[in-house]
Design a protein around this ligand. Sequence first.
Ligand code: IPD
Length: 300
Amino acid sequence: DSINLQEIHDTLVAVAFEAGRMILAANPSDISTGTKMNSADIVTETDQAVERMVSSRLRAAYPSFSFVGEETYIPGTTTITPAPTFIVDPIDGTTNFVHGFPHACISLGFALDRRPAVGVVYNPFLDVLYTGIRGGGSYMQRNASLSKEKGQGERLKLPLAGGGPLADLSSALVAVEWGSQREGENFEIKARVFRKLTARKEDGGSMVHSLRSLGSAALNICATAAGQVDMYWEGGCYAWDVAAGWCILNEAGGRMVSGNPGEWDPALDSRVYLAVRGASSGQEEIVEEFWKVIGDGRME
Ligand code: IPD
């Protein structure tokens, strides 16, 4: 059977709104948090409850498809195969969620042959929905839950921000994240990258305009797709952080550049992601310059 991406998109949008209602209804004082790898790697009961709801809805609607979720991922066991696969982060930006910083989202990706085919990212706090369908474009919708035509809204067509294509690295607004790995070589690499990006050049100019951290990989990628930031770099992401945003970015005309684009096996993937907005003639050079400035920004 042929796979109907529009129908999958519509299902994911409905599930995203249901997840959003659960996230908004969670009383922050009831949120009991646990930690996974370390004290900065937080999981809440809401993350787990949302993933249970999402997986039961998607398994019921598409029983033959695979499902990979952040909270049920087993290192060394869970793999992403070429089969039709939902790739889900129930709350991307859990730290923000716990602190009440209104940048957290549900990130619902769908991949075919390990390539992003549908992406739905919904921030229930700001009621902003980002969606993308391979070959069908991507959209940003504000007041999304109030709209009758969910998943429509403004077509994302880069370059948008600043009125034109990204001119050079020194005028770029760059999103970066610390993530939760703050030890050893990974910490050193991040600290070095941030230092290099904020250093003064010999001529007194800046390497980039400035750095931003939204605290959610998916929302950083969507911000790149919407031209609100020019680039997003992070070392240490997993497939569920990037799968949905990746589709939205591609369809907006942006590009994901990384050590192993499309290779999502955490054992093989360097897990370094660089999202770049809009195609411009000088984009290759800007990306090259970025890699040169940060040096070897690969993570373990
Ligand atoms: C995290 C967030 C954070 C990023 C981490 C992610 P989570 O996801 O996206 O911004 O720096 O790499 O793991 O744990 O909130 O789902």
